[in-house]
Design a protein around this ligand. Structure first.
Ligand SMILES: [Zn+2]
Length: 434
């Protein structure tokens, strides 16, 4: 299957949408529903293992749980080690060769933001919801993926399907260097016709949504230097304005001149004075200064989120110009930029894939699925494969408060997600079946 045919195929698949399911598809839905108790048990087993990103043994143990399931389904599984200096667990990769048909890549992650010693309970059942470490972000999505594959296997639709699965071990705090940490994912993305990522699904205005675009996540550091002098001379040509006034000029100009739709940048930490320093491992700044001394140094740490490389370049260009030109007397400034997650701009093929997902959802009686505004979502792993394939994200579970002490999950969202995912994977891997 040539990757260039993905859009044509999707157009065809969307075109034959019927408000009903084939016999195989009805069996798929039934298989998912029968397995609901098994799915919940699998979720509990994986959630009861702490897998904070900085706890590699726990991340590997969760990987072992999912690996055993994938082995049973006939996948060939392997653990990819990262260099020891990265201090990350590595990744689980599984492949099922079907011989023909498009290749679909499924993405999940094993780690959570809850490190060992977290006060959040591992697993706390609350009626039809569960609160716990990573229940929604994203062990719920991981289980949805596995249950969809289990249902496909059950009805005989997995045997000829070509599917790669990747569970990363460091999504919440990606290992460095990024190029090494995501090299295997990029390689899988390059050979995939479609990529489906199972991060949490959000409801917007009462409608379930998926993401076809996500904004980059990058950062910038602004460093300002000025002449130290007695404060009585501030504003004079000889003493200048100092590093803090220059920092204020720059930040205000960013706000006034750089803002545009889908672009945000937030100064998260500002510090200045006579002497400053910053400790990255604890995200803590220290500053020494006196009110009667013109500030010699100032620094600002910020983020930058944009929807396309062009928008990122435009923003960086404007910010750079503001930093280099019009400096207040006696001051100089520099800015450096970093990009950790590349932007995932919306594409026509992505939109068609989301439409197909909405169609299978409607066909299964679960209602249509909308497209989420990228402003409502942070960055994620899918962005590393999006440049090479047709990708959507947000096929996971539904819950509240991801990354907070109150992170929880609506248990029924596992079954809904697995029904939709099983049907979508089935139609993508069997384009001639309908
Ligand atoms: Zn996540």
């Amino acid at each position: 299957m040539l990757k260039t045919s993905s859009l044509a195929l999707l157009l065809g698949l969307a075109g034959v949408a019927q408000a009903q399911l084939s016999d195989t598809e009805r069996n798929l839905v039934a298989a998912v529903r029968e397995q609901a108790p098994v799915a919940l048990a699998l979720l509990e087993r994986s959630v009861r293992i702490n897998s904070g990103t900085l706890h590699p043994e726990g991340v590997r143990a969760v990987g072992d749980v999912f690996r055993a399931e994938l082995d049973l389904l006939g996948f060939s599984t392997r653990w990819i080690e990262m260099p020891a200096a990265m201090k990350r667990a590595g990744h689980l990769v599984a492949t099922h060769e079907g011989g023909t048909g498009p290749r679909v890549l499924l993405l999940g992650h094993l780690d959570t933001v809850f490190e060992q010693g977290s006060s959040v309970p591992l697993w706390e059942r609350q009626g039809d919801r569960v609160r716990g470490q990573g229940v929604n972000d994203m062990k719920g999505g991981d289980v949805i993926m596995i249950e969809a594959l289990r249902a496909l296997k059950r009805v005989g639709a997995l045997d000829d399907a070509t599917v790669d699965v990747m569970f990363t071990g460091d999504e919440e705090r990606t290992g460095a260097p990024l190029q090494v940490a995501r090299a295997d994912m990029v390689a899988l993305g390059r050979r995939a016709d479609y990529a489906l990522s199972f991060e949490g699904s959000s409801k917007h205005d009462g409608v379930d949504t998926v993401s076809i675009s996500r904004r980059s996540s990058g950062g910038w550091v602004l460093r300002v230097k000025a002449k130290p002098a007695h404060s009585m001379g501030v504003f004079s040509a000889q003493s200048g304005y100092g590093a803090i006034y220059e920092t204020a000029r720059i930040l205000n100009a960013f706000r006034e001149q750089v803002v545009e739709p889908s672009l945000t940048f937030n100064p998260g930490l500002v510090f200045g004075g006579t002497d400053v320093s910053y400790a990255g491992d604890t995200a803590t700044a220290t500053a020494f200064g006196k009110s009667n001394v013109i500030a010699r140094e100032a620094e600002v740490l910020g983020d930058l989120r944009y929807l396309s490389q062009e928008q990122g370049e435009r923003a960086r260009g404007k910010m750079q110009a503001i930093v280099s030109e019009g400096n207040l007397p006696g001051s100089t400034a520099t800015i450096s930029f970093s990009e950790s997650y590349p932007p995932m701009p919306p594409t026509e093929a992505g939109r068609k894939l989301a439409e197909l997902y909405s169609t299978v959802s409607s066909d299964a009686g679960l209602g249509p699925v909308g497209i989420l505004d990228p402003a409502f979502r942070g960055a994620g792993d899918v962005q590393f494969v999006a440049p090479y394939t047709v990708a959507i994200d947000g096929l996971g579970a539904q819950g509240r408060g991801a990354h907070t002490d109150d992170e929880d999950l609506e248990i029924a969202s596992i079954e809904r997600g697995a029904v939709r995912a099983a049907l979508l994977i089935y139609r993508l891997t069997h384009p001639g079946a309908r």
